[in-house]
Design a protein around this ligand. Structure first.
Ligand code: SF4
Ligand code: SF4
Length: 292
């Protein structure tokens, strides 16, 4: 199964709208599965019209271990109290025992090593979930969600991609909607991809964030192209991006003008190519230009 990842250096450039419409365009000629790997702000399923309650299954997963006190073993010696680099340990004077803050604990196990009574254990905790549902376009969307304040988004992305491979079965293509930026979840989405589409907009921050994101893609030697969204809002800067692309041999897959229908489609939980049929041809052309 070839995997196509849609990413953006910064948020708010229309990445998920473009990913959803591209998935539908690809599904007309290929058997596909889609994967929402923006696990801190998952919305691809919603853009494709699949609500959380419509998912067939949600499976809890763990990205981390957390320190847990075995109170019967604790003597109140306080040796653990200042051992935590992450400030996850406070003191309960009434009980004369440490208290562990689940959200601050990174599971490094230093406190457990410090404790002379072996009164601290590391336990895995379910802090994320992955699941899938069927879109009305005939393909499945796989999604993952990390609980608020939790770390380990890269692991959730890896689990989402694994589940998408299982759910997709003999699908030819997986369309991945990655997070914005260049952090851990983006790298976990990009690594092993067959092709990357970077969505940008014509602003100074759009271009600088695009360059950073493309640095990640180039690091892994993955072929890629770019889409300039809302290109008409700043024609001079669009020329800057096109100049940058030309000088670096980067294919501009499409330039898309600003259109309020992008927002209206989102409000109506309908993919753009369904909400505004005139976009069908454009996304079919983009699908054709992807070199796998
Ligand atoms: S496991 Fe590490 S991060 Fe968690 S409370 Fe202990 S020392 Fe702090
Ligand atoms: S180091 Fe161990 S025994 Fe001492 S206060 Fe901490 S948990 Fe209790």
């Amino acid at each position: 199964m070839k995997e196509i990842t849609v990413l953006s250096g910064k948020g708010g450039v229309g990445k998920s709208s473009i990913a959803a419409s591209l998935a539908i365009a690809l599904s007309k000629k290929h058997k596909i599965v889609s994967a929402d790997c923006d696990v801190d702000a998952a919305n691809l399923a919603l853009v494709l019209g699949v609500r959380e309650k419509d998912f067939k299954e949600w499976k809890p997963i763990s990205t981390n271990e957390k320190a847990v006190l075995l109170p019967e073993k604790c003597t109140g010696c306080k040796k653990c109290l200042n051992s935590c680099y992450f400030d996850a340990i406070s003191w309960d004077s009434d009980k004369n025992q440490p208290v562990f803050d689940r959200f601050s604990c990174e599971g490094c196990s230093v406190c457990a090593m410090v404790c002379p009574e072996k009164a601290i254990k590391l336990h895995t905790v379910d802090n994320a979930k992955i699941g899938y549902g069927k879109t009305r376009f005939g393909f499945d969307v796989v999604s993952g969600q990390l609980e608020m304040g939790e770390s380990g988004s890269g692991k959730v992305v890896a689990e989402v991609r694994n589940l998408a491979r299982q759910v997709g079965g003999d699908a030819e293509l997986m369309l991945i909607d990655a997070a914005s930026g260049i952090g851990c979840p983006v790298i976990a989405s990009v690594v092993g991809s067959s092709y990357v589409i970077a969505v940008t907009e014509p602003t100074p921050s759009g271009l600088s964030d695009l360059k950073r994101a493309l640095g990640v893609v180039e690091h892994f030697g993955i072929p890629y192209g770019i889409i300039i969204n809302k290109f008409d809002l700043n024609p001079d800067f669009t020329k800057e991006i096109e100049k940058f692309a030309k000088e670096n041999g980067i294919e501009v897959l499409a330039k898309i003008a600003y259109d309020k229908k992008f927002v209206d489609a989102l409000i109506n939980l309908t993919p753009l190519v369904v909400f505004a049929k005139e976009y069908e041809g454009l996304f079919e052309e983009i699908a054709e230009r992807i070199r796998l």
